[in-house]
Design a protein around this ligand. Structure first.
Ligand code: FMN
Length: 265
């Protein structure tokens, strides 16, 4: 899976950019995600939103945005570093959130990290949590970080305790990314039968599919609200409504299964 770090200040030598770089090198060492990309808004040329973005014949000014948009689409989870400016979120970050349709950010988890040279940083978190997700559908996770007194001697000030906390948050974010990713009901390799020492339950799928149909797990949005649950388990009804995916799996011993899970996603 791929992590995207968005540094939300449009100052090119910003503290947000330095905190973003810190997350980047932390993640390059720990490798919780397989790939990481840093989007430093201070170095990116992004036009201000206007309705010409909807025109069929695209104004050349949107070409640069299209490249950034494609990179954002390839990301599975985001860290958004946001400085507090006048108690608000910087406009370039708000513009980015406005430009994103549901292709770039939708249903992807994001960790909010606010920074302040003093004891601020709460306003921009609540601003993003209250409206920053509405049309782009990004999913801010419950965990967030507020980094107070971020500046020291012209650089950023990050204690080892804080660095440990950042690492913990990346792990939590990875967990969300992993579980939010399964968005389609998936076939498993097993046929329907009772659990060991369980009793057989005869269900309606047996009538149409026979007694050994393949078990499917994980809900899907194609099945409306009731069945859009990761805990859903049943099988496929013979109807176009039932879109199925499948899981790639291989047998591993217990230790390598755990490390492989950790490193491959
Ligand atoms: C325009 C501007 C407004 C600011 N307003 C606030 C504020 O309201 N509250 C606060 O805690 N810090 C405020 N600060 C201090 C910033 O939080 C701090 O300098 C931060 O490191 C700036 O982030 P940046 O370097 O990523 O742009 C402000 C800084 C700037 C440049």
């Amino acid at each position: 899976m791929k992590l995207g770090i968005i540094s939300g200040s449009h100052r090119s030598h910003s503290n947000s950019g330095k905190v973003g770089d810190f997350f980047y090198s932390l993640e390059r060492t720990k490798k919780t995600f397989k790939h990481t990309e840093h989007f430093h808004l201070g170095n990116l040329d992004i036009p201000i939103w206007d309705e010409s973005i909807w025109n069929e014949a695209k104004d050349p000014k949107w070409h640069k945005w299209n490249l950034i948009s494609q990179s954002l689409m390839s990301i599975d989870a985001f860290i958004i570093v946001v400085p507090e400016w006048g108690g608000m979120v910087p406009p370039k970050l708000k513009n980015l959130l406005l430009l994103c349709s549901d292709n770039e950010l939708a249903h992807k988890p994001a960790l909010l990290v606010s920074i302040s040279a003093g004891n601020g940083g709460t306003f921009c978190i609540s601003e993003l949590r209250s409206s920053g997700y509405k049309n782009n559908k990004i999913c801010f996770i419950p965990e967030h970080l507020i980094l107070h007194n971020i500046e020291k001697d012209g650089n950023i000030n990050i204690s080892s305790q804080l660095s440990d906390r950042m690492e913990y948050c990346i792990n939590v974010l990875h967990g969300y990314a992993y579980y939010l990713k399964a968005f389609v009901e998936e076939y498993t390799s097993d046929s329907y039968r009772p659990y060991q020492s369980g009793t057989a339950v005869y269900d309606d799928l047996m009538l149409t599919e026979g007694s050994h149909y393949k078990v499917a797990r994980g809900g899907s949005f194609t099945r409306f609200r009731d069945l859009c649950r990761t805990r859903r388990r049943h099988g496929r009804y013979n109807s176009p409504l039932y879109i199925m995916g499948f899981r790639m799996a291989e047998n591993l011993d217990r230790y390598s299964a755990v490390t492989s899970l950790h490193h491959n996603f």
